[in-house]
Design a protein around this ligand. Structure first.
Ligand SMILES: O=C(O)C(=O)C[C@@H](O)[C@H](O)[C@H](O)COP(=O)(O)O
Length: 349
């Protein structure tokens, strides 16, 4: 299946299918004099003798968030320059969300911008590889240094997902669930029904496609995140703080952030939009550590959330909340209020 963006210019195609990587890449590479591969270390180890055997001398990215450090950025860009990269060459980034963010940022900045293709290899990356956000981390928090820089294509070869360990599936599922919440009640109901016992990739495939469509809808209407794109950050305000402070996989921290969003939406609206017991039981059954919310440090969380890119003032924190499933709104919550809500959340668990 193919989804094409519809910007005024500089459009790209998202290819989603099994076994498409080498042939699709060959089509794109034909237009360039040289191609440089940035490949996540774990992914290369797993696939260098099979799906990735056509890749010669890749630049290896450290697995996970380690690839989003300043040191890693230096390694990637210096390696590209040492190999003689020029503006009319192509960079191909192969890996999960972190590799895609870091590789995309390197592509955006080296020589002030070189074309690149995202090859996501995880469930999580069905989200992060689309929409042109690239970033590395700062000592002050997640994704604080980055640019919007569109890829030339996204090639999502689903056969690469088949070896994903279950905690990677759980992490990616956080974003799948977020997209369902953004879409509508029926999608959330179907997703929960399909995954009542176990979360399997087979059950998720239709929801991955619908998640990509939901993401595209928000991104195409607001690429630079001044309006509805903020809704894609549902669950991320607290999620990023938890991920950064407690070194938790991104999507797992996002699920904790989504739970707080449900709690906060109920509180702010003054009515029961979400049946919290129902969602807590479902998430806990699948191994999401909702109980850890009981021991978060409010001051640390407040300080990290204070760096969120959505904030518009120092005294308040920007939050995406829900009026109902499928209907988001963005509000600024006074910091003193927000801290109280974090304490109420802890008491409620
Ligand atoms: O694409 C977006 O916009 C999102 O917010 C998607 C998020 O799921 C994703 O994790 C993103 O990388 C977070 O972006 P950030 O702007 O909060 O750093």
């Amino acid at each position: 299946m193919e989804i094409r963006t519809s910007y005024a210019a500089d459009n790209y195609t998202i290819h989603v299918d099994h076994g498409i990587l080498e042939s699709r890449l060959a089509d794109y590479s034909a237009d360039y004099d040289a191609v440089y591969f940035l490949v996540d270390r774990n992914v290369y180890q797993l696939y260098k003798d099979s799906v990735l055997s056509f890749i010669d001398s890749p630049i290896i990215l450290e697995g996970g968030e380690a690839s989003k450090s300043f040191d890693a950025f230096k390694h990637i860009t210096e390696s590209l320059l040492e190999r003689g990269i020029q503006r009319h060459h192509l960079i191909v980034v192969v890996g999960g969300g972190a590799a895609g963010d870091a590789g995309g940022f390197a592509a955006a900045t080296v020589l002030r911008g070189v074309d690149y293709i995202q090859v996501p290899t995880t469930l999580l990356a069905h989200d992060s590889s689309i929409g042109a956000k690239t970033a590395i981390n700062s000592t002050h928090g997640k994704n604080l240094i980055g640019v919007f820089y569109r890829p030339k294509a996204v090639i999502y070869d689903l056969s690469l997902l088949e070896t994903l360990p279950q905690d990677e599936v759980l992490s990616g599922f956080g974003e799948v669930f977020k997209h369902a919440l953004l879409k509508d009640e029926e999608t959330v109901r179907d997703l929960m029904a399909e995954t009542r016992g176990e979360i399997t990739l087979d059950a998720l495939k239709p929801f991955i496609i619908s998640g990509i469509e939901t993401k595209m809808h928000h991104v195409l209407n607001d690429e630079k995140e001044s309006g509805i794109r903020k809704y894609l950050n549902l669950g991320h305000t607290l999620g990023h703080a938890i991920e950064y402070r407690y070194k938790m996989p991104h999507g797992i921290a996002v699920v904790l952030g989504l739970y707080f969003t449900m709690f906060l939406s109920n509180e702010v609206e003054g009515r029961k939009i979400f049946d919290l017991d129902h969602f807590r039981e479902y998430f806990s059954h699948h191994g999401y550590p909702i109980h850890k919310l009981k021991s978060i440090d409010e001051d640390e969380m407040m300080s990290l959330m204070g760096r969120d890119k959505k904030n518009q003032s120092r005294a308040a924190t920007g939050f995406v909340l829900m009026k109902s499933i499928g209907q988001c709104h963005f509000i600024e919550i006074e910091n003193t209020e927000l801290k109280k809500y974090l304490s109420y959340l802890k008491e409620s668990l």
